[in-house]
Design a protein around this ligand. Structure first.
Ligand code: COA
Length: 310
């Protein structure tokens, strides 16, 4: 099989209908709407109902993106699911999503790289496609973050939201051609953000904040060097939506104009592996532009990608 460059031909998002405003936390925690907004840029997040699982949200986004890509589940060669909130330990959330996509026979697997999961997944999709092994890959990022948070921990409960995003990546085609991806991991910071077996999320917020900025800056510098680009050549920088102040710190370092940095954090909060595909869906497509994406998360993982819009 002659392979063409891996290209994201469509992306779609799903957000559960239940909006949780910052004022919800004022009612039982020592916090305020203004503290949360000023320190994070978040005004509200969506939380899924009790019975709704990450795979259910993933299926909504997957169904939508297949429609956009003019494809049916049977056309898929592989399903990749990035999640840190799997429905259950076994089988994978990817297997559960495959079972809910009627007629789909594709092999499927999960990718566990926390908030960098979508870009890690994209690198796997690119490698499979460009090795000539598969042609049509579905990549889903789906998270039910509300199920792993301690409602009484004011430093984490305010930060995260539920949701899903999905992309179809094909060999060639029109959309976002994936030119380059870099991945990284600081395993020695594994304890800065973690979920113990059967427990809820623990986070050293300042350490995560500082590392996210440091690694975000490094990723951008490396990508620009590899692709021989200047930051001025980039049309959009698509950041993982963790905290508006992390984004603004990196933005200042490179003097990136605000209009080049689309965001959803104000109304989605941090949806982990779903945040980048949710954001991708909201961006209008402009031809012959270079786009960049940057992510960081537990692990401590980080990743970056450069695209050309075709
Ligand atoms: N409301 C009010 N006060 C809060 C609060 C809240 N929701 N959360 C924490 N605080 C308090 C702290 O307890 C601390 O109080 P103390 O001084 O009495 O001990 C004070 O605010 C300052 O804490 P600090 O951790 O220095 O605040 P901060 O400015 O760093 O903001 C975070 C806290 C969590 C918002 C910030 O560290 C952060 O966003 N970190 C990155 C988290 C992240 O993005 N994780 C996902 C990565 S993918």
């Amino acid at each position: 099989m002659i392979s063409e460059p891996a290209t994201i031909i469509a992306s779609a998002a799903y957000l559960p209908p239940n909006r949780v405003k910052n004022s919800h936390f004022e009612s039982y925690l020592d916090t305020s709407d203004s503290w949360i907004y000023e320190r994070t840029g978040i005004k509200e997040r969506r939380w899924a109902d009790m019975g709704v699982k990450a795979s259910d949200m993933g299926v909504f986004a997957a169904t939508e993106v297949l429609k956009k890509a003019n494809m049916e589940p049977k056309d898929l060669d592989l399903i990749l699911v990035a999640t840190m909130t799997p429905d259950q330990p076994l089988p994978s959330t990817a297997a559960l999503i495959q079972s809910k996509l009627a007629g789909c026979k594709a092999p499927a697997m999960d990718i566990s790289a926390a908030c960098s999961g979508y870009l890690y997944g994209l690198s796997v999709a690119k490698a499979f496609i460009e090795a000539g092994m598969y042609k049509n890959i579905l990549l889903v990022g789906c998270e039910k973050m509300s199920q792993v948070l301690d409602p009484n921990d004011r430093s984490t409960i305010i930060l995260f939201g539920d949701g899903a995003g999905a992309s179809v990546i094909t060999s060639g085609g029109k959309g976002l051609r994936i030119d380059n991806i870099i991945l990284g991991l600081d395993g020695n910071l594994a304890n800065s953000l973690y979920i113990p077996q059967g427990g809820s999320m623990k986070m050293f917020g300042q350490e995560v904040f500082k590392t996210a900025i440091q690694r975000g800056v490094e990723v951008i510098e490396k990508l620009l060097e590899k692709e021989k680009l200047l930051i001025e050549n980039i049309r959009y920088v698509i950041f993982h939506q963790a905290n508006m102040r992390i984004i603004q710190n990196i933005q200042k370092r490179f003097q990136i104009p605000e209009e080049k940095i689309p965001t959803t954090i104000e109304y989605t909060a941090n949806t982990s592996a779903a945040s980048i595909p949710i954001l991708l869906e909201s961006i209008s497509h402009e031809q012959n532009q270079r786009y960049m994406s940057v992510a960081f998360g537990a692990g401590f993982t980080y990743a970056g990608a450069i695209f050309t819009s075709l």
